[in-house]
Ligand binder design. Structure first.
Ligand code: GSH
Ligand code: GSH
Ligand code: FES
Lengths: 104, 104
């Protein structure tokens, strides 16, 4: 579908992509993690796109199996949510992914 | 107002009260913290009450200055949100509040 193509293009063209909701603290926590690491994620706020927001969330669920926000991609690869990203960070596995994706 | 009276009655009659949203991870995190401490909070899910949910959230904002979820009360006292409750826990100040409120 058109929306599926949009998501694939977005995650391919940007080193770090976060699908978020503006009022969600888990979304802000993952955005701040990247900022603290000196990385500028490409952020899409699903609650600021009108009816396309829920549609996009549905497409993300079909593409990644994940229906929740935040939904994080690095170097075109699906990473998961906030807890997944933090776990990688604490294991020292996030930084190599960011370098490989030329995110810094 | 009637809703204000309801909130005051709820927080006076229950040792631990959490105003929450079912799909919010910060709300579930604070609910799990209490469960892990052996405390059964009285939980009100604001997103499961129809139009009364946003009205109740507005009343909580007027009573506590806090518009966000989770909104936590212990022993009738307003504690704050998830980060506030976790901070008290890590400083060892949450358990005394719970004992004073006969929450355990
Ligand atoms: N463990 C996941 C939890 C994700 C989650 O449950 N997100 C909530 C918001 S905090 C959600 O998307 N709820 C349903 C929705 O908002 O559509 C993570 O760390 O990202
Ligand atoms: N630091 C606060 C953050 C609270 C917060 O921003 N909560 C969000 C949901 S995670 C919220 O209520 N957003 C507006 C709303 O949902 O009405 C806490 O720890 O509770
Ligand atoms: S909506 Fe509360 S943490 Fe996401």
């Amino acid at each position: 579908s058109r929306l599926e193509e949009t998501v694939k293009k977005t995650v391919d063209e940007n080193p770090v992509v976060v699908y978020s909701k503006t009022w969600c603290s888990y979304s802000s926590d993952v955005k701040s993690l990247f900022k603290n690491l000196g990385v500028q994620p490409f952020v899409i706020e699903l609650d600021e796109m009108g009816p396309q927001g829920p549609q996009l969330q549905k497409v993300l669920e079909e593409l990644t199996g994940q229906s929740t926000v935040p939904n994080v991609f690095i170097g075109g690869k699906h990473i998961g949510g906030c807890t997944d990203t933090l776990k990688l960070y604490h294991k020292g596995e996030l930084q190599p992914l960011l370098s490989d994706a030329n995110a810094k």
